[in-house]
Design a binder for this molecule. Structure first.
Ligand code: HEM
Length: 151
């Protein structure tokens, strides 16, 4: 094994801690952003409340969610580089598939945020209430795969 991989293994527990901190921050944003959309969809475009939601949504995405998503991927892939054996397990494939779906959900939320920012939203609050449940379902799958490793 080369020196870089040995070095990563020496820091493995730290990487895992940083990975957990990053995905908790990412998930917090994935829960909160569609919640803001639920409230935003109930106010008039151009109102003071609408302009306040725009600022909250932009800051949440740019300051918390984008960096947390990148950090989750970087720490996760760094650990994987030192533990390629994980790719031999079915649970890891399911976890990675769910993480890719979560990343797509993040991108879709970012598009919806842009539509709100440009006063182009046409969906009502019930739509966003349903969208709000998707990250929860993916989180349950990802954590069960990563912790229970069922197959
Ligand atoms: C972005 C791509 C991701 C990759 C490449 C990745 C990869 C990894 C790796 C290699 C480990 C260490 C596994 C071990 O040592 O047994 C790990 C741990 C973990 N990951 Fe991820 N992960 C990713 C995203 C996520 C996400 C989005 C979540 C949660 C929403 C998550 C939840 C966890 C948990 C809870 C652990 C700790 C498991 C334990 O310590 O028993 N991961 N991840």
């Amino acid at each position: 094994m080369n020196a870089l991989l040995l070095e990563i293994l020496a820091w493995y527990e730290w990487l895992r801690a940083l990975h957990i901190i990053s995905f908790v921050a990412w998930m917090a944003g994935l829960f909160y952003l569609p919640r803001l959309f639920v409230y935003h969809a109930q106010v008039k475009p151009g109102s003071d409340a609408s302009e306040t939601f725009k600022v909250m949504e932009r800051k949440l995405l740019r300051i918390i969610m984008n960096p947390a998503m990148i950090a989750t991927w970087v720490f996760g892939l760094t650990m994987l580089a030192a533990r390629p054996d994980l790719l031999g397990h079915g649970w890891f494939h399911v976890k990675l598939f769910a993480v890719v779906l979560l990343t797509i959900v993040h991108m879709v939320f970012a598009r919806w945020r842009r539509a709100f920012a440009e006063d182009r939203n046409t969906r009502d609050h019930r739509f966003y209430r349903i969208a709000n449940e998707i990250p929860t379902i993916l989180l349950i799958v990802i954590v069960i795969m990563g912790v229970v490793e069922p197959f």
